[in-house]
Design a protein around this ligand. Structure first.
Ligand code: FNR
Length: 420
């Protein structure tokens, strides 16, 4: 409401409140490679467009004269109290946008009081982000590496860093086909960005040493000269000494072979449901499966012991031409139990979108690109402004739609058009 009053008083905010203006201002603030990486999606970007279409097709049916003075946006997700049904989505390699990106996002989330899901491709080590967040709630997002010991060490470190849940992302066993990055010849990891989580872990260095001793057969490593210890050292040093730095400014380029070594361990197309069970056995923290788009997969996730499912198509960045994420949410909510916890993201740009997601069955939503746009424009303060704006608009939408609690945002508060 402070933001709202300032606007009424004629003061122009540094971080635009309109979603389109926010994206435009962020695009101006970012370099070409950061812009391509953050804004870009897979293929012809049809999935990203479908996300918006699926949200735009849902129409709120506001009810009048309902006395909405006292409103309560709070909820409980995985046993954790949230003041609003909002979390900050994991974003890897945000160091491409700004130095110490993850610390800035973490501090903003802590100030606003919403959980931040730290990415395993973070640009600041999770321990540093946790320290900067104080008592602020955080979860840890995991990409399942080819090395199970590395996975175990991520989970252990996340537990020590105070994570309230482990979010296993299952839609990115390989990086999607992203033309904007490809056409710029840009791969953030190749610039030493987004691998900070790995470098505080002694296991990573051991692993690299093992790979050096025995380069895998039938891999690209054979075509290229095998990584020299010096090459790997350079990569690790860059990550440690220049977290989130723009590599353009560094004199030493990251050797290709070292990058290949990292890519070899980073992700794992062999991921299967057995890994979810394995994770279940590794930790007593709640387990969230992120990147589910079908009722069959959602049911299976709960059947193997997931505590929540995050319905998401990764903002359209992985498979081009998928179902719009909100359509997937509606179908999945119809297929699972009423008490199964569903989180949602992909396309959420404002408070009205949060309302629609809740009406379609989400327990809470996560904010992806908008928080990065805030980061690009004004660092920690920018992220904070974006989060506060979305929450403020959500609160106003509740009031003006005639609801006082999340429980009242049921299916009767919206209708869905067949087509736009
Ligand atoms: C992501 N996303 C993501 N997800 C994840 O599980 N781990 C990660 O490291 C990343 N990294 C990442 C980087 C960037 C730049 C973006 C934009 C997204 C996906 C993210 O968590 C979320 O699912 C999407 O951002 C949601 O889509 P919208 O709302 O941003 O379009």
């Amino acid at each position: 409401s402070a933001i709202f009053s300032r606007g009424v008083a004629g003061l122009k905010p540094k971080v635009p409140t309109s979603p389109r203006a926010l994206e435009e201002a962020a695009c101006k603030a970012m370099g070409a490679k950061a812009r391509a990486y953050v804004v870009g999606s897979a293929g012809a970007e049809n999935s990203a467009n479908a996300n918006r279409t699926s949200l735009d097709r849902v129409e709120i049916l506001p009810r009048m004269l309902r006395e909405t003075t006292a409103r309560d946006m709070s909820t409980t997700v995985l046993g954790q109290h949230l003041e609003a049904p909002v979390l900050v989505a994991p974003v890897g390699a945000a160091g491409l946008v700004r130095r110490h990106s993850d610390v800035a996002i973490g501090e903003a989330a802590a100030k606003v009081g919403v959980p931040y899901i730290l990415s395993s491709q973070g640009s600041d080590p999770m321990e540093e982000v946790a320290a900067a967040m104080g008592a602020g709630p955080r979860w840890f997002q995991l990409y399942w590496s080819k090395d199970t010991e590395l996975v175990r060490s991520f989970v252990r470190r996340a537990e020590s860093a105070g994570a309230g849940a482990i979010v296993l992302t299952v839609d990115t066993t390989l990086l999607g086909w992203r033309p904007r990055d490809l056409d710029l010849g840009s791969l953030p990891f190749a610039r030493g960005i987004g691998i900070a989580q790995y470098t505080t872990d002694p296991r990573f260095e051991e692993l690299v040493a093992e790979r050096l001793a025995a380069p895998p057969e039938n891999s690209d490593a054979q075509a290229d000269p095998p990584p020299t210890p010096a090459a790997v050292r350079t990569l690790l040093d860059i990550c440690r000494n220049h977290p989130g730095d723009f590599l353009d400014n560094l004199r030493s380029p990251v050797p290709r072979a070292a990058v290949q070594t990292f890519l070899d361990v980073y992700s794992n197309p062999a991921l299967s449901w057995e890994h979810v069970e394995q994770l279940r056995g590794m930790t007593s923290l709640p387990v969230v499966i992120k990147g589910i788009l079908t009722p069959a997969d959602a049911k299976r996730a709960f059947a193997v012991g997931a505590d929540a499912v995050m319905v998401s198509n990764h903002g359209g960045r992985q498979v081009d031409g998928t179902i719009g994420a909100l359509d997937a949410l509606r179908e999945i909510r119809g297929a699972v139990s009423r008490t199964d916890t569903l989180l949602f993201d992909s396309g959420v740009r404002g408070g009205a979108d949060v309302f629609k997601a809740i009406a379609c069955g989400a327990d809470a939503v996560t904010i992806g690109r908008p928080s990065i746009y805030g980061l690009a424009i004004d660092g920690r303060r920018g992220v904070e402004a974006v989060l506060r704006n979305i929450i403020a608009e959500f609160d106003l939408t509740m009031a003006l739609a005639g609801v006082r609690s999340l429980a009242e945002i049921d299916a009767s508060t919206v209708r869905t058009r067949e087509a736009l």
